[in-house]
Ligand binder design. Structure first.
Ligand SMILES: Nc1ncnc2c1ncn2[C@@H]1O[C@H](COP(=O)(O)OP(=O)(O)O)[C@@H](O)[C@H]1O
Ligand SMILES: N[C@@H](CC(=O)OP(=O)(O)O)C(=O)O
Length: 511
């Protein structure tokens, strides 16, 4: 039975072009898998994905390995893992040097590198954009943030001995863009994403040039040019399914033709309708990394931070927070969603779908074991996992005596949210009321109504994640994992209320 379960997960991974090695390592104890008509040529990848046939047999305790029309030598040279380094790991030339050393210290890995913008560059770019709206075209070149960004990148290139021409065009274009914003006196979400993209475009170019300079052959990629296809939700775009085969084809194809360490921009994509640059929401490079991990069926996704893994709580609030050694994908996703800044809320989805372990490590302290995030873990000893704080939560209370004894009332309420494309986080109900919390990162959530029986406030929500162990009622080792959220404190901040008439009107009809 356990084999069967394990196996079904493996089949998902098989949809990727480089799954062979991973399957060999992880599953040869229990499975016989034969792959016919597998074509590793990246150029034919899309075709071969549909042509492949998997033959599988599972014989008790029999050990067999994959057979495929690919030589051992090819399998040995596949890309093996993703290593993502965030802004906190890349704040200076010195840090870039250390990160390069760290990457090269993993002699047995052939990693795909995903990089964020250097330090706080994204914040500075966006702030420069805001200043440009009102400063006038002639004053753009004296925007403080623009000069800090220029200085940081030129200085980094210089210190690393990299020709500044690798970013000169971007710096020029950035200034032009800010002048355009100043001229138009507006900064749209679309322009914000274009503006933010300069950070990752420049950090990857400098880093790639540096790797080549020290003799580690590297190739820079802009995610929006290699198949990261997203919705057109500027500033918070979602990755579309078409991304996986496109990214696999691009990275794997180049690697087979001419191996070089891929250095990919995190955070960025390309809107499928607009064809404009989009961003995946703040901290979105984690999602870039897990998307690449799934697309290529890699063995592991490493997310390198400035802390020793996912901690029991935000170290900025409690400095003695400790690393959590193991988490499941679901736990990590919940933690991220409910406010743990350390991971992007959507980033666990591709890893979970591809069943690829995610390791959160500290680039300043590489010996620390970090946090390993996998599909399952031993929950028997897990009592309290973590405490997180989510600010600016919008809470909506819907109160109506019409709910009493009714059936289908909740369904009607939720169909309104569905129609309006509003996602609900946490729900509590009584006989006459429904309380909901809504995602503060979405515009609609901030624009909600403030009317009679439907009202909302901005809350701070503290969530405690723990598991319940029902050892008494179930056979040993069997447990039910229940997540509870507790509204412990609520700090009320009056909300602003503009355009949510649609939701208000729909709910009113019901109440
Ligand atoms: N539960 C938590 N565990 C670890 N770090 C957390 C947690 N909550 C908040 N943080 C903050 O998240 C930071 C790391 O995330 P982030 O700044 O996005 O890193 P990076 O820029 O490297 O991607 C840490 O420096 C820490 O201050
Ligand atoms: N640079 C982007 C994307 C990102 O993922 O950054 P970091 O990895 O530093 O959190 C941001 O600041 O949001």
């Amino acid at each position: 039975m356990a084999n069967t379960l394990h196996f079904s997960a493996t089949l998902q991974a098989a949809a990727s072009p480089v799954f062979s090695k991973r399957m060999n390592k992880m599953h040869c104890q229990s499975l016989r898998v034969q792959m016919v008509n597998y074509n590793s040529e990246a150029t034919n990848l899309a075709l071969s994905r549909s042509n492949r046939v998997l033959k599988v047999s599972c014989e008790a305790a029999r050990v067999d390995v994959l057979e495929m029309n690919k030589t051992d030598n090819q399998a040995e040279t596949q890309l093996t893992c993703v290593m993502k380094f965030g802004g906190s790991s890349l704040a200076s030339a010195e840090r870039m040097r250390e990160v390069a050393e760290l990457i090269l210290s993993f002699r047995n890995e052939r990693p795909v590198i995903v990089l964020s913008a250097m330090g706080k560059t994204t914040n500075k770019l966006l702030l420069a954009g805001e200043k440009a709206v009102s400063c006038g075209v002639t004053n753009v070149d004296s925007i403080e943030e623009l000069n800090i960004i220029k200085e940081l990148h030129l200085q980094t290139a210089k210190e690393l001995g990299v020709d500044e021409s690798v970013i000169a065009k971007h710096l020029e274009e950035l200034e032009q863009l800010l002048k355009g914003i100043a001229m138009m006196k507006e900064l749209t979400p679309r322009t914000k994403d274009y503006l933010a993209s300069f950070g990752e475009c420049m950090s990857t170019r400098i880093f790639s040039a540096y790797m080549n300079k020290i003799g580690a052959k590297a190739r820079q990629y802009d995610a929006f040019k290699i198949g990261f296809i997203t919705t057109d939700d500027f500033t918070n775009a979602d990755i579309l399914e078409a991304t996986y085969p496109a990214v696999a084809q691009s990275l794997h194809g180049d690697w087979i033709r001419d191996p070089a360490i891929p250095i990919v921009t995190g955070f960025l994509g390309k809107g499928w309708r607009s064809c404009a640059i989009t961003t995946l929401g703040r901290g979105g490079s984690d999602l870039t990394a897990t998307t690449i991990g799934k697309a290529l069926g890699l063995r592991e996704i490493q997310v390198w931070k400035d802390v020793d893994g996912v901690l029991t709580c935000d170290p900025n609030i409690y400095p003695h927070a400790e690393p959590v050694p193991y988490l499941t994908f679901d736990e990590a996703a919940e933690l991220a969603y409910f406010g743990a800044q350390v991971l992007h809320p959507q980033s666990m989805r591709p890893a979970r779908e591809g069943d690829i372990p995610v390791r959160v490590k500290n680039s300043y302290n590489s010996n620390a074991p970090g946090t390993l995030i996998t599909r399952t873990r031993d929950m028997s000893k897990a009592v309290l996992t973590s405490i997180v704080l989510k600010r600016n939560v919008t809470m909506l209370d819907i109160v109506s005596t019409r709910m009493l004894g009714q059936f289908g009332f909740l369904a009607k309420v939720f169909s309104i949210f569905e129609d309006l494309g509003i996602s609900v986080d946490v729900v509590a109900t009584s006989e006459v009321s429904i309380s909901l919390t809504l995602d503060p990162s979405k515009l609609w959530s901030r624009d909600l109504i403030q009317q009679a029986s439907v009202w909302h406030l901005l809350f701070v929500m503290i969530c405690i994640f723990y598991s319940l162990y029902y050892g008494i009622y179930f056979p040993a080792g069997y447990f039910i994992n229940v997540y509870f959220w507790h509204l412990i404190s609520s700090v009320n901040v009056p909300s602003f209320n503009r355009n949510s008439t649609m939701l208000w009107k729909s709910l009113r009809k019901l109440l």
